[in-house]
Design a protein around this ligand. Structure first.
Ligand SMILES: NC(=O)c1ccc[n+]([C@@H]2O[C@H](COP(=O)([O-])OP(=O)(O)OC[C@H]3O[C@@H](n4cnc5c(N)ncnc54)[C@H](O)[C@@H]3O)[C@@H](O)[C@H]2O)c1
Length: 264
């Protein structure tokens, strides 16, 4: 896979990806490596992160893995130096770890904000600063359509959007949009670009309740003008673009990857 078309986009770069054990993060590990980057796969799920790194290596890329809880501020700061020590650099942070409103199996307002908001903030605070001191780089945050508009969900999800972790998810993703814009402005003169991807409903373990039939799959598909859910690789490709020099004049942007969801 390495050496395929477009492989020069991130060649020589080192990317730290959080939430890399699953879904969008794992797809991103593979796509970033395909684009030439060495990848540090970080996740609270250490075994899953190690498996992602193995998959990158098996495909011909360079990767390592790290157990990281993004709610641990000190651990987030340390993970940056660990990336440099292990892979020889640090040029890109894909601040992607997140929970869907449920922490350890229960709907959790504070816990959701801790991961989705605080975790992203720690990455930005230490990551953007370190990139600036190293001469520049790129941060991509994973926001959501839930950071751009209120969501209309098919029943029985409607109720979930109004309480506990569901509403915390909405608040956290709107906050990620705010963090993205402010860090972009603050670091623009320091060579650090800060952008976000805003996925629609993507077929990953986070949305298993759609696939497993607990909610009506067609209802969710119909919310997207393209009439389907997105794939993790489609979000990963947008993150690769925003991380690469092809986006050299792009900062403070929140890029929907949503099959037209927010265009309606
Ligand atoms: N799947 C969707 O429909 C969708 C839509 C919009 C945005 N997103 C966002 O995309 C990102 C990735 O989600 P996904 O769909 O790949 O879900 P996923 O559940 O497949 O992956 C999320 C990963 O984050 C990790 N994680 C959770 N808490 C963590 C913590 N405290 N520290 C470190 N890692 C932690 C999990 O272990 C998991 O590997 C999230 O920020 C999510 O909010 C997903």
């Amino acid at each position: 896979m390495v050496g395929s078309q477009g492989s020069q986009d991130l060649s020589g770069r080192v990317a730290l990806i959080t939430g890399a054990a699953s879904g969008i993060g794992r797809a991103a590990a593979l796509r970033f490596a395909e684009a030439g980057a060495a990848v540090m796969c970080a996740d609270i799920d250490a075994d899953g992160a190690a498996l992602s790194a193995e998959q990158v290596t098996a495909a011909g890329g360079r990767a390592a893995s790290l157990a990281l809880d993004v709610t641990d501020e000190i651990a987030v700061e340390k993970s940056l130096q660990q990336t440099i020590d292990t892979l020889g650099g640090f040029d890109v942070l894909f601040n992607n770890a997140g929970v869907g409103g449920t922490v350890r199996g229960v709907s959790d307002f504070a816990g959701t904000l801790d991961v989705n908001l605080n975790g992203v903030y720690y990455g930005l605070r230490y990551g953007a600063e370190l990139l600036a001191t190293r001469g520049g780089g790129a941060v991509v945050n994973t926001a959501s359509i839930a950071g751009l508009v209120g969501l209309v969900a098919p029943l029985p999800m409607e109720q979930r959007m109004q309480e506990g972790g569901g509403i915390a998810y909405m608040a956290s993703k709107h906050a990620v949009v705010g963090l993205t814009r402010q860090f972009a402005v603050s670091y623009a003169k320091h060579g650090v670009r800060v952008n976000a991807v805003a996925p629609g409903y993507i077929d990953t373990p986070m949305t298993h309740m759609i696939r497993d039939g607990a909610v009506v799959q067609e209802g969710f598909e119909a919310l997207h003008p393209m009439g389907r859910l997105g794939r993790a690789e489609e979000v990963a490709d947008a993150a690769v673009y925003l991380s690469s020099d092809r986006a050299s004049f792009v900062t403070g942007v929140v890029l929907p990857v949503d099959g037209g969801y927010t265009a309606r």
